[in-house]
Design a protein around this ligand. Sequence first.
Ligand SMILES: Cc1cc2nc3c(=O)[nH]c(=O)nc-3n(C[C@H](O)[C@H](O)[C@H](O)COP(=O)(O)O)c2cc1C
Length: 182
Amino acid sequence: MRIGVVVGSVRKGRRGESVAAWVADAAKQREGVEVSIVDLAEFGVPILDAETLPMLAGKSYEDAGTQAWSDAIDECDAYVFVTPEYNHGVPGAFKNAVDSLGPEWVGKTVAFVSYGADGGVRATEQWRQIMVNFQMYDVRGFVALGLFSDFDESGFAPLERRTGELEAMLDQLTSLTEKLAA
Ligand SMILES: Cc1cc2nc3c(=O)[nH]c(=O)nc-3n(C[C@H](O)[C@H](O)[C@H](O)COP(=O)(O)O)c2cc1C
């Protein structure tokens, strides 16, 4: 299976890149798992203004950035969303990019690694509500990284227990993805 680790922040100096590398390194250790880091910042997905609804676009888009984003998402079987929390919710650029696609997401599995002052859990809980509209399957396991506990002046420094939380989440994600494929 291919897991897409999606970096959901496009901000200069973002924390999400190092978090995504940590998730990808752990996922790559698993037998039968291939990993893509899908970095939203690389695609330049524009604000959704296409007349055709993404769900009806047949995975074909006029905008080149959206098409590249679609191709990268489409080739994955499962996702880990690495998401910050912005103003108690999901980041706007990430939501716009998710809205810009349709069938690429449908029926797939997803797990969440969030970060924020309180672990970014409000963003994760909002994502769970959004994902259901794509008939996506989320797992209970999650990682919530605290800005004041899992980062220091040198950058990302996760607490020891985060490794176990990440592994438990990946166990659930891979197991659910295998079950659905069967
Ligand atoms: C627009 C904006 C809104 C934010 N709102 C929240 C928030 O509601 N809760 C929170 O815990 N952190 C909030 N933060 C702080 C972020 O958690 C912190 O800046 C984090 O590093 C953002 O992720 P990024 O660096 O990957 O972009 C906000 C940051 C930005 C830029």
